[in-house]
Design a binder for this molecule. Structure first.
Ligand code: 5GP
Ligand code: ZN
Length: 116
């Protein structure tokens, strides 16, 4: 999918109004529009990568940055000690609906396991 057709690229570029909770040279953070927990944020690379399957050798620092950013947001949201879940859904069986890589940060309640 061309980034022009990508919802999260359009949000990144300001073509769809949004108020990112964080932005840096590698990633940005959004509040999920349909939160599944008291804290439900999305940590997204600025660069359009459709799925985990599309990551390339050399992307390890980017993926690590998404995780350290999520951990920092978890601390800012006050859920670092109580616990939280980081999830990247990939394609159909996992229920991925937007094909621009994003790390879900979920917390603020007891989360069930195994996931549905
Ligand atoms: P996926 O199902 O691909 O893992 O997650 C996509 C997530 O994006 C869903 O949790 C959904 O609620 C969220 N989402 C869909 N459209 C928008 C939007 O326009 N803005 C924001 N902030 N989140 C969205
Ligand atoms: Zn995109």
């Amino acid at each position: 999918m061309a980034p022009n057709d990508c919802l999260f690229c359009r949000i990144r570029d300001g073509l769809i109004p949004a108020q990112p909770l964080h932005r840096d040279e590698h990633c940005f953070v959004l509040q999920d529009i349909h939160p599944q927990a008291p804290v439900h944020l999305l940590v997204l690379p600025n660069r359009h990568v459709a799925t985990v399957n599309d990551l390339q050798p050399g992307d390890e620092p980017l993926v690590g940055h998404l995780f350290t950013t999520a951990a920092r947001l978890a601390a800012e949201k006050g859920i670092a000690a109580s616990g939280y879940r980081l999830v990247m859904n990939t394609l159909g069986d996992a229920g991925q609906t937007v094909f621009h890589l994003h790390l879900h940060l979920l917390g603020g309640r007891q989360l069930g396991w195994p996931p549905g």
